[in-house]
Write a protein of this length. Sequence first.
Length: 257
Amino acid sequence: MEYLVIGLVAVFASLLTFFSGFGLGTILTPAFMLFFPIEVAIALTGIVHLLNNLFKMGLVGLKANWGVVLRFGVPAVIGAAVGAYALLQFSEGNPIYSYELLGKTMHIKSVNLIVASLMAFFAIFELVPVLKQLQFNKNKLIIGGAISGFFGGLSGHQGALRSAFLIRYGLSKEVFIASGIVIASFIDITRLGMYFSRMKSISITDNLPILSTAVVAAFIGAYFGQKLLKKVTLNFVQWTVAIMILVLSVLLAMGII
């Protein structure tokens, strides 16, 4: 059963992530947590996330705008390292509010509220016609990279902020997706390197079959996402990003993810 559930979730999440630039880790981690302890779930998801990004980079990486990748990606990688270091060195603090939902205790933390507020703020740019005309200059791109990278290292939710900045930079849908994938790959490598000390006790070999299933399923989703790319419009990509950012921000603020 776990192979079927995780395989289907990986295909769907990878397909959706191809257009939005984020969501694979958010969707896949809970699926792994149904069958594995949380530390194993996080480790397996991180590996799938990185390998899937490298696979997608092989599919569309040549279309990336390397000027954007460098201006956004370099500060994002630095921010991710700082955020990951902060997470490893300091506790996230006590929840500011807890409540029961479906028999489970949900904890709302201040860092989640901050990230959720930022994501919701950027999503509004895609839904309000007047704001959609705004463009971020190169300085804003650098700032956006540092912010998204830092929160990626700190809380793991950097894809939504990255997409929110890149989608406003006037890139074509192919360049937007390819540039985001390249940046995400660099950030994944940085984060996994920083987190590796927490994964030493996890036997990847013992979980290789389920990990392989998830990786192959994610590759399939990415492959078909690349095939469907020619059939979707930039407006579809923008709305997909905006809606996913809003949904993710609400779930994050509620302590569900």
